[in-house]
Design a protein around this ligand. Structure first.
Ligand SMILES: *Cc1c(COP(=O)(O)O)cnc(C)c1O
Length: 384
């Protein structure tokens, strides 16, 4: 078994060459500032692509979540429900607001928020505090849509607004409709490791045009309409740069190809590793779900944390980057003091699961190397 001469990355940026014309245009016209034609262009592209009403591009996905919480009136001591199985950026803005995150564990089908636990939590919070949670942050992890029908029904029954964290799920749909457009507000990320990138950036989307306008207002220092600088609210400097948005516009032109490629990787891995009956891929539970398969992930059935780490190290020695699944928020030192409603699913996924190299520019040779290495680890065939 040969090592890869170049590192095989988990999820690398993939430029198309189409970004440059938008950036050149910004330079030629001197549009080197936040906002500008590339920003509005990218917002229009996203509105069209997602079939939603409004989009506000901002400096990061985290900033978009922070703004979403402010728009929904989340304040000091409010409780906000959040998926536990996620990246910390989903939850950090809750604490920025002085609010209290309430973590909900996963169901085993999509690995996203368990609807039963969600309802248990809402009832329990009502009983314990007499107050309804102010919002629900629902994550579509690794591109897999959550159980949207059931979760939106519960949220509607209790009239709690949903923020969809679709940072990893641009291009994913549930029953043909883009994720991020089901809740009051959806957020996206264009960080360097996501399915498309602006080098760093994010967006807030909504079917409610008010939220778009207010998000832009807050993201540009909350300036009241006056010739002098006047403020009656605290503002933020969260707007996206017109240069970054230029990269995003070029990336939007190839988003369809990027989704197709990531999905192709998933089916390739799943097929090439089907002899190994001890691994189980995160797969769409039914035709209702369409995942962008941002990352291909699997768990070692009846495996241990030790075995998963052995696999990860085995691949690392071959210059292949993989990553354990996200460590749930209710197990994070910084968050463990907050209430959580758990069933053990996400902790178990964290112990036994791994993310495979899934970049849309991953070469066939590198993909073959990953497959051969995993087979070798599990003692199947000679690989390459
Ligand atoms: C990347 C990510 C974010 C945050 O996006 P940034 O643009 O990096 O701030 C939020 N939630 C999830 C699930 C993510 O993967």
């Amino acid at each position: 078994m040969k090592n890869s001469p170049e590192k095989v990355w988990l999820s690398a940026p993939h430029l198309s060459g189409r970004e440059q014309k938008y950036i050149d245009d910004a330079f030629t016209r001197g549009h080197v500032f936040p906002m500008g034609p590339n920003v509005t262009g990218l917002e229009d592209d996203l509105v069209q692509y997602l079939n939603t009403e409004v989009c506000a591009c901002v400096s990061s996905g985290t900033a978009a979540i922070h703004l979403a919480l402010i728009l929904l009136g989340v304040r000091q001591s409010d409780e906000v429900i959040c998926s536990s199985f996620t990246f910390s950026a989903s939850a950090n803005p809750i604490v920025y607001q002085g609010a209290v995150p309430i973590y909900i564990d996963s169901e085993p089908e999509t690995w996203n928020m368990d609807p039963d636990l969600l309802e248990v939590a809402i009832k329990d919070r009502l009983e314990k505090t007499g107050k309804k949670p102010k919002a629900i942050i629902l994550v579509h992890l690794y591109g897999m849509p959550a159980q949207l029908d059931t979760i939106m029904k519960i949220a509607d029954d209790y009239s709690i607004p949903v923020i969809e964290d679709a940072a990893e799920a641009l291009g994913s749909t549930y029953r043909g409709r883009a994720v991020g457009t089901f809740g009051e507000i959806g957020i996206l990320s264009f960080n360097g490791n996501k399915i498309i990138t602006t080098s760093g950036g994010g967006a807030l989307v909504s079917n409610n045009p008010d939220y778009g306008e207010k998000a832009v207002f807050l993201a540009t220092q909350a300036r009241d309409p006056a010739p002098h600088y006047q403020h009656s609210q605290i503002g933020y400097n969260y707007r996206m740069s017109n240069i970054c948005a230029g990269i995003g516009r070029g990336q939007m032109e190839v988003l369809g190809e990027r989704v197709a490629k990531r999905r192709e990787h998933f089916y390739f891995y799943k097929n090439a590793l089907k002899e190994i009956d001890r691994i189980q891929f995160l797969s769409e539970p039914s035709e209702d779900y369409f995942s962008n398969h941002w990352l291909t992930t699997f768990v070692i059935t009846e495996g241990s944390n030790r075995e998963r780490e052995d696999l990860r190290m085995f691949l690392q020695e071959r210059n292949i980057e993989t990553r354990p699944l996200w460590k749930p928020m209710h197990l994070q030192p910084v968050f463990e003091k907050y209430p959580s409603y758990v069933n053990g699913v996400s902790e178990d996924l964290f112990n036994r699961g791994i993310c495979l190299p899934s970049s849309s520019n991953l070469s066939d040779a590198d993909r073959d190397l990953v497959v051969a290495s995993i087979k070798e680890f599990f003692g199947i065939g000679s690989g390459a």
